[in-house]
Ligand binder design. Sequence first.
Ligand code: PEP
Ligand code: MN
Length: 293
Amino acid sequence: MKEEKVDAHDHARKSSSNLVDRKANGVDTIIHINGIDIGAGEIVIIAGPCAVETREQMLATAKEVYDGGANMLRGGAFKPRTSPYSFQGLGEEGLQYLKEARELTGLPVVTEVMDTRDMEMVCDYTDIIQIGSRNMHNFPLLKEAGKCRKPVLFKRGLMATIDEYLLAAEYILKEGNDEVILCERGIRTFETSTRNTLDLSAVPVLKQKTHLPVIVDPSHGTGHRWLVPIMAKAAVVVGADGIMVEVHNNPEEALSDGMQSLYPEEFAQMVREIEIIAGAVGKKLYHYKPLHV
Ligand code: PEP
Ligand code: MN
């Protein structure tokens, strides 16, 4: 009798990874965060510095992105740096400044967690937890995120195929947390003109395969400030539910990713342009102005 060959990867996908499948839900998942809906047809803009550096920098940048039209704030307190000698983030002190920035602007915040031991603490401070590219395959961290009570902004791994990415997302859903926002942030290719190759075709492909919302990060996706607004607009055209960009009140002095961080006025201009592009594809920008600062 001929033995039936079962490909382990295929088997995993068929038997246990169907929670992320579009057909598992039938409808698009909408994620609600303090009055903001992600995945409901309006473009959400997440902006802020790569890293929380000082109280002054975080609050000044938060105010600038609020004025420029951001719907949510970003900022890393735990930074996954290539070199262990580079700025690693302020840790809990950074989370406190992020919390102050949320109080100042009324905007929800997203910040990265890198270690399962910090999950509780980060969840206490943030509205959305971010799992970064380098941790896309950190299964213990994914399981922990699956048990937490906050939505997860889950970035595609540098070297991950779309199917690998969705199987990794499945780890979070499988633990009971179905509030996952996917984020295309560029993949590593032979190309060196850009920091990564922003795979914009991943957006419609993901939309076809899964019911989860999909956003795009053109900052890490390109590595160059001048390319960020162009690729952000392109992301809206291909169907992204939102954009996450790095903005710094003084990019020249940034402790990380200054080259790809927008000046506040460039950010405001980009948001105005995205509004026009969104209109051209039958969408709108999310308008969320909870506080006047
Ligand atoms: C980030 O968004 O702060 C970040 C480190 O991005 P990535 O994980 O995509 O490199
Ligand atoms: Mn960065």
